[in-house]
Design a protein around this ligand. Sequence first.
Ligand SMILES: Nc1ncnc2c1ncn2[C@@H]1O[C@H](COP(=O)(O)OP(=O)(O)O)[C@@H](O)[C@H]1O
Ligand SMILES: [Mg+2]
Length: 503
Amino acid sequence: MNKAISVSKITKSFPGVLANSDINLEINEGTIHAIVGENGAGKSTLMKILYGMVKPDSGDIAIFDNKTVLNSPKDAIDSGLGMVHQHFMLADNLTVLESVILGIDKATFKNINLKRYTSEITEVINKYNLNIDLNKNIDELGVGEKQRVEILKVLFRGAKILILDEPTAVLVPQEVDELFNNLRDLKNNGVTIIFISHKLDEVLEIAEDISVMRGGIMVNTVSADGISKKDLAEMMIGKSLPKPPKRQSSISTSEILSIENLSAVNENGKKVFENISFKLNSSEILGIAGVEGNGQREIVEAIIGIHNYETGTIKLENNTIDDFSIRERLNLGISFIPEDRQAQALIMDMSLTNNVILGRQSLAKYKTKLTTVNLTNAAKASESVVENFDVKTPNTGTIATALSGGNQQKYVVGRELEDNPTLLIASQPTRGIDIGAQALIWEKLRNTRDEGLGVLLISADLEELIGLSDRIVVIYQGQFVAELQPEEITPEILGSYMTGLKK
Ligand SMILES: Nc1ncnc2c1ncn2[C@@H]1O[C@H](COP(=O)(O)OP(=O)(O)O)[C@@H](O)[C@H]1O
Ligand SMILES: [Mg+2]
């Protein structure tokens, strides 16, 4: 078989991390080749090297047997290689057609030959069976459609090799199916696909060859035929698998959170959620399922006091908290794991110990008579989080950046559980982390739930939502459209409520 890509002895280090160590990899032309590995294994770094975004310290790359030095993405594109990033890079106010053309050549929209482009792009759409309407605006598109536009952009630039970095992380199951159909069509038309994921079911479904990375090393490349999920997982984490979650519900009758008829609009006067009512008891995990952007974020922000609501009432235990400040709400025992650990939960260049105090400065244990905080207690709390949550770090003086994503997240979750909260709001508590860290966080959430904690869980990971929740509500276009029992549903069923197919 011809090689689309040959990577030989690629090494790349960042300060304190060997992200890629002596990597060898061969990708056969016209195949779908998956690369799996825990978060931090070095997958994205290797892909960015292939795409000319990151320069390796040493090693060689050949694309279609030509040894190539890639100094920029432009070099990669010229060699026939394109990449679809996890975070889309589309401007909301353009049409699909404009988005695809944008940056193609120096033409401006005035002198560009739109007719010619339209027919050329339509040809690509038809050839690969992509379901895309060129006249729509980007802001009218769902996540799956946006992803197809990104793929179209890359194909239209002549890519023969397509890199997709964790493309399914943002999709519901139905959209994953559609993506996979697209990928198969691409492959049948001779396109080589490199598919990055840490979801083993997906990889086994779509790929012919699977390369496993761990800790910057290429562990092995195997054929998808005849390899089990268990074997792959063991290669990935280097030890036996964590046990799948087992639900044992023990919801108590004491009410922790009560929300009645909550409605809110955004700054443009558009409704973000409407008539939301629900109750959450002690020792209960209530899952909120919804495609991103359907109002779940704003509901969480309303509970914490960041987002205004026009009507409705929020009660936390015996307190009606509508007029409470954010600080007062947190001091009543609300803890919050935000969806983006780096942007919202941690100050990345501060030590773990300083990060433990974030949002808690006014707690008695951190207060001193002076204007400073009680660093002895902060250090103690930090030590305790590191120990209880198995956070891998040289010490608690280490800055947050130096930790892998999984360890950062364990630290955040540990911090939020450290002071015995009454209510925990957990947004995407295990997004993008390795299965080891994920299993630990699941276990901790379940244990603290059993001890009486009420948890509001927002997650795009439907297996997680179903596995952890005692009850699930589905939000669609700002309204709760269904309440489901986790043991009675599958991710597919949940997906059809989330996309409005099922009511
Ligand atoms: N620009 C960077 N600066 C410093 N460290 C980085 C950078 N990019 C990646 N790393 C580190 O390199 C390692 C591999 O990261 P990455 O390639 O993103 O892994 P993966 O995509 O498998 O999750 C991680 O420890 C990560 O923190
Ligand atoms: Mg990555």
